[in-house]
Design a protein around this ligand. Structure first.
Ligand code: PLP
Length: 401
C-alpha cells in the first residue's frame, strides 16, 4: 500500500489543534491570574475582566449583547441547555418540539429523553436526499403547543448547510423560540444572530482551534430558559459553576482569529475541497458524494463507496498516515448505519461505506494530491476482498495496476 510517509490530518470536524496564539492568550489564566471571577478582591478582578472581555468579543462576532452570551463546558452542554432549558421553562404553554432527523446526538438524545420521560411530543421534519430541510415543512409542523424549533446549522456528517434564516423568519412570525446547533459552522460561516434570525445558538471551541471542553450558548434576551445546571448565580443565573476562565479566553481568541480570516480561508478550503471531491469521484468507481454539492461547509467532503465498510477504509487510511472519519466521531465504533445518511434515503448497504474528510488550516494542496494517490487503491483492494461488491461496468473497465 502506498504510504504518504507523513501524517495528514483530515478530521477537523472531529476536533482541531489548539492554535499557538490561543494557547498564549490562555496561559496567564492558568498560571498567575488564577483568581475566581466571582471573588471581590482586586486580584480576582483580572480574571473577571478577562471573562467579560471574552464575552464582548464573542458578542461582537454574533452581533448580540454580551449579556446574551452564556459560556458552557462544550457544545453538547450548550445544546442540552438550549433544548431542556426552553422546554422546561415553557412546559405550561405546551410540550411540542420541532426538529430534524439529521441532528447531532446532543440534540437528538435530548429531544428523545424529553419525549420518553417527560411527555413532550417531537416532530422530525424530513430532509431531502442532500440532507436539506424545507422551511415550508417546518411551517406546516407548527402546532399551537409548539414551544421550540431546533435545526442544525451545518451537518457534521455530510456538511450540508441548512436554510437557517428562512426557518428563523417562520419561527419569529409564529413567536416560537428557534435554536440552531452551530457547532460545525462556528469557524467558517456567518454567525450573526439577527441575520440568522435565531434565538439560541450553540458553539464549541474545539471545532475552531480552541481547546476541547468549552462552549457557548447564545440566548436572545427574553427567551424563556430554566437553568439545567443549578447552583451559583454565574452566567446571568443561566449556568451555575465557576467559569473556566482560561478556556473561555481561548475560545474568544480562537473565534476572533477564525472570523478575521473567515472569507479568505473559506475560499482557500473550498478550492481544496472541490479538488478532493472531483478527484475521488473521477478516480473511484461506484463512489457517491453525500450532502449537498454546493450548499456545504467549505472544508467538508463526504462520500459513500459501494461494497466497502467505512471502518475498514479508516483503518487502511490510518496505516497510510491519514486520519479521517466515517461520519461523526461520536458514532465511531457503532455498527449501525448513520441516522443522518438513513434519513437522507441512502440505503443501509451504502451507508455502511461512508467516509468523511474534513480539511483545516494546516492542509495544503499537496495533502489532496497525496490522499488522491492512496484512496483509490485502498478502495480497490478492499473491494477485491469483499463478498458484497459486484463491480459495475465502470469498475470492470478499470485498468489493472
Ligand atoms: N453538535 C455538533 C453538530 C457536533 O459536530 C458536535 C461535536 O462533534 C457537538 C454538537 C458536540 O460538541 P462537543 O464535542 O463540544 O460536546
Amino acid at each position: 500500500m502506498t504510504n504518504t510517509s507523513r501524517f495528514i490530518y483530515l478530521d477537523h470536524a472531529a476536533t482541531t489543534a489548539v492554535d499557538p496564539r490561543v494557547l498564549e492568550a490562555m496561559l496567564p489564566f492558568l498560571q498567575d491570574k488564577y483568581g475566581n471571577p466571582s471573588s471581590v478582591y482586586r486580584f480576582a478582578g483580572q480574571a473577571k475582566e478577562a471573562l467579560e472581555a471574552a464575552r464582548r468579543t464573542v458578542a461582537d462576532i454574533l452581533g448580540c449583547r454580551p449579556g446574551e452570551i452564556v459560556f458552557t463546558s462544550c457544545g453538547t452542554e450548550s445544546d442540552n441547555l438550549a433544548i431542556r432549558g426552553v422546554a422546561w421553562a415553557s412546559r405550561e404553554r405546551g410540550r411540542h418540539i420541532i426538529t430534524t432527523p439529521i441532528e447531532h446526538h446532543a440534540v437528538e438524545a435530548t429531544c428523545h429523553q424529553l419525549a420518553e420521560h417527560f411527555g413532550y411530543h417531537i416532530t422530525e421534519v424530513p430532509v431531502d436526499r442532500y440532507g436539506l430541510v424545507d422551511p415550508d415543512d417546518v411551517a406546516r409542523a407548527i402546532r399551537d403547543d409548539t414551544v421550540l424549533i431546533t435545526v442544525i446549522y451545518a451537518n457534521n456528517e455530510v456538511g450540508t448547510i441548512e436554510p437557517i434564516a428562512e426557518i428563523g423568519r417562520i419561527a419569529r412570525e409564529r413567536g416560537i423560540p428557534f435554536h440552531t446547533d452551530a457547532v460545525q459552522a462556528g469557524g467558517s460561516l456567518d454567525l450573526d444572530v439577527d441575520r440568522l434570525q435565531v434565538d439560541l445558538m450553540s458553539l464549541s471551541g474545539h471545532k475552531f482551534y480552541a481547546p476541547k471542553g468549552v462552549g457557548v450558548l447564545y440566548v436572545r434576551e427574553g427567551t424563556p430558559l430554566l437553568p439545567v445546571q443549578t447552583g451559583g448565580g454565574q452566567e446571568g443565573r443561566r449556568r451555575a459553576g465557576t467559569e473556566n476562565v482560561a478556556y473561555i479566553v481561548g475560545l474568544a481568541k480562537a473565534l476572533a482569529l477564525a472570523h478575521e480570516q473567515r472569507e479568505a480561508e473559506a475560499e482557500r478550503l473550498t478550492i481544496l475541497r472541490d479538488r478532493l471531491i472531483a478527484g475521488v469521484l473521477s478516480s473511484i468507481p461506484d463512489a457517491h458524494l453525500t450532502g449537498h454539492p454546493t450548499k456545504r461547509l467549505p472544508n467538508h467532503a463526504s462520500f459513500v463507496f459501494e461494497g466497502v465498510d467505512g471502518e475498514a477504509i479508516l483503518l487502511q487510511l490510518d496505516l497510510a498516515g491519514v486520519a479521517a472519519s466515517s461520519g461523526s466521531a461520536c458514532a465511531s465504533g457503532d455498527p449501525e448505519p448513520s441516522h443522518v445518511l438513513t434519513a437522507m434515503g441512502i440505503e443501509r448497504r451504502l451507508a455502511l461505506g461512508s467516509l468523511r474528510l474534513t480539511l483545516g488550516r494546516e492542509n495544503t494542496a499537496q495533502d489532496i494530491v497525496d490522499v488522491l494517490a492512496i484512496l483509490p487503491e485502498i478502495i480497490h483492494k478492499l473491494r477485491a476482498l469483499s463478498p458484497f461488491y459486484a463491480p459495475s461496468s465502470k469498475e470492470m473497465a478499470r485498468p489493472a495496476r
